[in-house]
Design a protein. Structure first.
Ligand SMILES: C[S@@+](CC[C@H](N)C(=O)[O-])C[C@H]1O[C@@H](n2cnc3c(N)ncnc32)[C@H](O)[C@@H]1O
Ligand code: SF4
Length: 430
């Protein structure tokens, strides 16, 4: 049992293996490795491992956040936008005040576990008026709950009024900036085709002058291969220490698997130095190993609720399918039972244990299930990942596990842990 899906990572300097059911790196004797390779009986060795405690996989479905899609429209038309210029494939809309207040009132009352209201879109700051009303409403009617706010914005729309509100409600600000002007402007353009970089830089100056903290999110595309990862990271870090570089997931922007892996290994190596480059993928993979991520979810669809401008409720902005419709906050059909039905559907397939037997299946930090819906919805079938996702994760985890093992013996551990702690503090992960 413990050796099921066991992965022999390397046979240099002893056999280093990973045991998925224990989430443990172990050194194995040659005779065990040969038994594993020949698929022989391992019960004798399994017994030895029995007294070491097993990892329990948790399934959490307490709702933690409410996302208000304040605008399914945008002033930009980024070439790679998965949200189709912010519309999610439908008509352009702004959420009205009644819908926003109904959402907060109903969802916060039905789900006292909600801690965060996220303003999202499209471009949520196109609907600043309603954003402000929501903050005021929460302040007046839910002041005992210590609800936090966050906004994900393209950073092109900022003025004195917005800045004052960000400050007043201590709203966490996440701005998309893809790097130096030429790179950023090659994808993040307005409706006339003009780059948005200069506007954003001016706005970042405004935020800094007002001492408002913000994070930057860079979407890494093919164009980014022109610049060294370290230089990209340094460029972004001149504005704030809180940066995340995440790969573009649209086929046209996706970099080759080899280049993605190169970036991954470079970023990983930098974590053993005092010049860390934090790549979101690396940090997720490494945290998943070090903190023995025991969550059985692919993603946090069970833990969030998303309301679209017309009041329709879904578990995620990317699961906007009839099957996941939870009701409408402006009608009486939205209640906890609608939510429970969807939770039940989600709980049958938003689970890593439904995956094919990949050795890293319980390690996978997060996968967007919207890409795997068809597989997953067939109740009894196993969920298959795409070949690219399987190959990348196999390479990532093999590499990280070996590197961590080496770091343990090379006195590099402390630097790594310092860097990870710094990153986690930065993004409130741990
Ligand atoms: C959909 S936007 C919505 C918020 C806001 N309009 C913005 O751009 O920040 C949220 C984030 O998703 C990123 N994004 C858009 N399309 C993407 C894709 N195909 N792959 C990865 N990230 C993408 C954007 O760069 C942005 O950082
Ligand atoms: S600014 Fe955001 S929502 Fe608008 S097109 Fe770009 S990525 Fe999409």
């Amino acid at each position: 049992m413990f050796f099921e899906n066991c992965k022999i990572l390397t046979r240099e300097k002893g056999n280093i293996a990973y045991l998925p059911y224990k989430k443990q790196l172990v050194e194995l004797e040659d005779k065990i490795v040969s038994k594993i390779t020949n698929k022989e009986d391992l019960s004798e060795f399994n017994k030895k491992l029995e007294n070491l405690s097993d990892v329990k996989f948790e399934f959490c479905d307490e709702v933690k956040s409410l996302t208000l899609m304040l605008a399914t429209k945008c002033n930009l038309k980024c070439t790679y936008c998965y949200a189709d210029e912010g519309t999610y494939g439908e008509s352009e809309e702004l959420m009205d005040e009644i819908t926003a207040i109904n959402s907060v009132k109903k969802i916060l009352s039905q789900h006292p576990s909600v801690e965060l209201i996220r303003f999202f879109g499209g471009e949520p700051l196109l609907n600043f008026k309603v954003l402000k009303k929501v903050c005021e409403y929460v302040e007046n009617y839910f002041s005992n709950k210590n609800i936090k706010f966050a906004v994900g914005t393209n950073g092109t729309i900022l003025d004195g009024k917005i800045i004052n509100l960000l400050k007043k409600y201590d709203i966490k600000v996440l701005i998309s900036l893809d790097g130096p002007k030429e790179l950023h402007d090659s994808n993040r353009i307005d409706k006339q085709g003009l780059g948005s970089h200069s506007k954003i830089l001016k706005n970042l100056e405004m935020l800094k002058a007002e001492d408002i903290q913000f994070s930057l999110q860079c979407t890494y595309t093919k164009q980014h291969q022109k610049i060294k990862l370290h230089d990209l990271s340094s460029y972004l870090k001149q504005f704030t220490s809180t940066i995340a570089i995440a790969p573009c997931r649209l086929p046209t922007g996706v970099v080759e698997i080899k280049d993605e892996f190169d970036n991954f290994t470079r970023s990983l190596e930098s974590l053993f130095t005092d010049q860390p480059v934090f790549l979101a993928d690396v940090m997720h993979h490494i945290s998943s190993i070090l903190y023995k991520n025991n969550i059985n979810h692919f993603c946090d669809a069970n833990r969030r609720i998303v309301v679209f401008p017309n009041g329709d409720v879904y578990p995620c902005e990317l699961l906007k399918f009839e099957k996941f419709y939870m009701g409408n906050v402006n009608r009486n059909d939205f209640d906890i039972s609608g939510y429970k039905n969807i939770q039940e559907i989600l709980s049958t397939f938003n689970r890593k244990d439904r995956l094919e037997d990949y050795w890293f299946k319980y390690l996978i930090p997060s996968i967007c299930i919207s890409n795997h819906i068809n597989d997953a919805i067939q109740k009894d079938s196993k969920i298959k990942l795409t070949e690219k996702v399987v190959n990348l994760n196999d390479m990532y985890f093999t590499h990280v596990l070996i590197r961590l093992y080496k770091a343990k013996t090379n006195n590099e551990w402390d630097t790594l842990i310092e860097n990870i702690k710094y990153y986690n503090k930065m993004i409130d992960l741990k």
